[in-house]
Design a protein around this ligand. Structure first.
Ligand SMILES: Nc1ncnc2c1ncn2[C@@H]1O[C@H](COP(=O)(O)OP(=O)(O)OP(=O)(O)O)[C@@H](O)[C@H]1O
Length: 230
């Protein structure tokens, strides 16, 4: 899916969190959104997901205006979202979490679940376990699997490495590198090594504005970290 964001503004009451944010993600490309705490990264993903209304500007999926569309329409159009904090159903089992995510997409089949168990084998072992009883890294794998069973054409991830041990960070990196090319990815990430391992392009936000942007070749580590150090 091609994503286009044009001059997007967002306000929390009187406080402006996004200012004329514009960018595009080509089909199959991975864009990493970098910036300090409070730069507006999560706000931007919530606007893409339809969890927050934009005050001004436009969001298009494959040329179709989605600016005012409700979340479920965006999801049906192929938008998969892994929010910060994972937001899995703690009282449901792993399998029930996957069924709940897949069912609205007509994808609640064993073949679908086998596919995500193939990517994240621990979820097969834990299929009957309550979501809330999983470790942080296991919950992150479940959150990713929940997005993947909807068969997204665009996957947006908000800090997938947060609170996750290195071996699982490596696994998530491998999965994203494998998915890239087949679907578009928007990745919000503070962990620069992870972002540079999977992203093709980078967008740097500071105080709600795009302050730098570029491809892998031109974005040196120094340039990427300029707006990240506190
Ligand atoms: N619900 C809210 N109400 C009011 N202001 C908010 C709300 N959520 C975020 N903000 C403010 O909007 C700005 C952008 O926040 P946002 O969470 O998008 O930043 P971020 O770059 O994702 O940071 P972090 O890495 O800490 O998640 C910040 O100044 C923040 O304080």
């Amino acid at each position: 899916m091609k994503l286009a964001v044009r001059e997007l503004d967002q306000h929390y009451g009187g406080a402006q969190a996004l200012r004329k944010v514009s960018f595009e993600v080509a089909p199959g490309q991975c864009l990493a959104i970098l910036g300090r705490n409070g730069a507006g990264k999560s706000t931007l993903l919530k606007c893409l997901a339809g969890a927050l209304p934009a005050s001004r500007g436009a969001i298009e999926f494959d040329g179709v205006d989605m600016t005012g569309a409700p979340s479920h329409r965006r999801s049906r159009a192929g938008f998969g979202y892994v929010p910060q904090g994972r937001e899995i159903f703690a009282e449901l089992s792993v399998k029930e979490n996957l069924i709940a995510a897949a069912r609205p997409h007509g994808a609640a089949t064993e073949a679908t679940f086998e596919e995500v168990y193939g990517l994240f084998p621990v979820l097969r072992e834990m299929a009957g376990r309550r979501g809330g009883a999983l470790s942080g890294g296991q919950q992150q794998q479940l959150a990713l699997a929940r997005a993947l069973v909807t068969r997204p054409a665009l996957l947006a991830l908000d800090e997938p490495t947060e609170g996750v041990q290195p071996s699982i960070v490596q696994l998530i990196e491998t999965v994203l590198a494998d998915l890239k090319g087949r679907l578009s990815i928007v990745l919000v990430e503070q962990y620069l090594d992870f972002a540079t391992a999977v992203a093709d392009r980078f967008l740097v936000l500071s105080r709600g504005r795009v302050v730098d942007e570029g491809g892998r070749a031109e974005m040196s580590r120094e340039r990427l970290s300029k707006f990240m150090s506190v």
